[in-house]
Design a protein around this ligand. Structure first.
Ligand code: RFL
Length: 403
């Protein structure tokens, strides 16, 4: 048994939230707006999480969900709106106007800005408690009605124990929450066997929309992040060393894979991030264990192929935050009972879309002529069949009426 050095009795909060990413901060903000006390425990510093570059594409339903909870003022003032994307293959460009088909947009707003807004609202405006730089977080007695969480405090180096009624496990893909699940929890995994070199270039976007380059050398992607910074991706072998990719090699591949008739050359710039992501997914079922409720990447990972991860994290957080408020307010406990199932319907739908899109991106570079042939058939169908286009747009924006 670990000894704890709390001065006096352990502190008590109705909810302890592990992780201050989009999921944890959104749950915290929903609880604070309803007057529910909670404590957020975050392993990194505030400055670190406010700068960690990651996602940028947010679906309209997710933005409206943030807006309804008073969390989207800055986003709505600053985000870019996108209504089209462009596929480039076989030397040609094909614009896909998903806004016209769905009446909805994508919002482009870098994840660090969203995290900055959410921390500010939680800690500075709504008076929520948060500890940064905590170490060795441990979860206790989750299968009882009096769980607790312990951690080492960054300032004092002492172990602290916090008692609670619920733990929200929002600590991402490498957190502690998933590691305490019992063997009866199912974790379904999928490995694409593909790597992506993820790049951030200090260069303005070279197009007014997202570009997907489908090329025999491998997939390439272009996504605006801000007027000064652009995210690029290059398919590469899984586990590849980023140092194999020199500045010149990267830009030569980007020009080649994203090149198409009648398009201006890409605007080059210094590369401020360069790392290899191995494309793999997992889904935890159920997303709960006793008094522990997982949300976001701790419960399910979707490789950035379809830009879905942060959107799913927000969806979980809306459902979990609302269900906890209802339960703790004694209105209703049914939201917590149905939480996992309600999240997983959208999660599995997005997983399937990711898999479908992965084949479109990577089929032509697989070296398999059969897969290359079916990839081109999928792409042609998008631009010849209104029914196929409508289905793609619905999945790309997450606009289905029900999941
Ligand atoms: P996060 O954001 O990882 O936050 C988890 C937090 O928990 C902390 N933590 C701990 N704290 C205390 N104790 C521990 N033991 C802890 N272990 C971890 C971490 O420091 C962190 O602050 O998870 P969350 O909130 O679930 O949010 C998920 C999203 O961050 C993720 O799905 C997206 O970034 C995925 N993603 C994208 N999603 C989109 O919807 N649209 C996109 O355009 C998009 N682009 C991307 C992406 C992910 C990428 N990478 C890096 C994999 C682009 C990239 C390159």
């Amino acid at each position: 048994m670990t000894s704890h050095s709390n001065s006096g009795a352990p502190r008590r909060f109705p909810v302890v939230i592990v992780g201050a990413g989009p999921a944890g901060l959104t749950v915290g903000n929903i609880l604070r707006a309803a007057g529910v006390d909670c404590l957020v425990l975050e392993a990194e510093t505030r400055a670190f999480i406010e700068q960690r570059p990651r996602a940028g594409v947010i679906e309209e339903w997710a933005v409206r969900g943030l807006q309804r909870r008073g969390l989207a003022d800055t986003l709505l003032a600053r985000a870019q709106l996108h209504t089209e994307c462009e596929f480039r293959f076989a030397g040609e460009r094909f614009r896909f106007g998903y806004g016209e088909l769905t009446g909805q947009h994508h919002f482009v707003y870098p994840q660090p800005l969203l995290v900055t807004d959410l921390v500010h609202e939680y800690a500075d405006a709504r008076g929520g408690e948060i500890r940064f730089g905590v170490q060795d977080v441990r979860l206790h007695d989750l299968e009882t009605s009096r769980p607790s969480v312990s951690y080492t405090d960054a300032d004092t180096g002492e172990r602290q124990l916090v008692e609670c009624e619920f733990v929200a496990g929002c600590d991402g893909a490498r957190g502690v929450s998933r590691t305490v699940l019992p063997e009866t929890t199912h974790i379904a995994r999928h490995d694409y066997g593909i790597g992506w070199l993820a790049l951030l270039a200090e260069a303005p976007p070279s197009s007014d929309c997202v570009l997907f380059g489908i090329h025999p050398n491998g997939f390439a992607g272009h996504m605006a992040r801000s007027p000064e910074v652009t995210r690029y991706y290059l398919e590469c072998p899984p586990g590849d060393d980023p140092e194999n990719w020199s500045h010149d090699r990267i830009w030569a591949e980007l020009h080649q894979r994203l090149g198409a008739d009648g398009t201006p050359p890409l605007t080059e710039g210094p590369l401020i991030e360069k790392r290899v992501l191995d494309m793999h997914n997992y889904v935890v079922e159920p997303m709960t264990y006793g008094r522990l409720f997982l949300a976001g990447d701790s419960a399910h990972l979707t490789a950035p192929i379809a830009a879905k991860g942060m959107n799913l994290a927000l969806h979980d957080a809306f459902l979990l935050g609302d269900a906890l408020v209802a339960h703790l307010g004694k209105d209703d406990g049914s939201g917590l009972d149905g939480y996992s199932e309600a999240c997983l319907r959208r999660v599995w739908d997005y997983q399937e879309f990711s898999q479908w899109l992965s084949e479109v991106y990577h089929g032509t570079s697989s070296g398999d002529e059969y897969r290359a042939g079916t990839t081109f058939a999928r792409l042609r169908r998008l631009f010849t069949s209104p029914a196929a286009a409508a289905a793609f747009a619905e999945q790309y924006l997450g606009t289905a009426a029900a999941y």
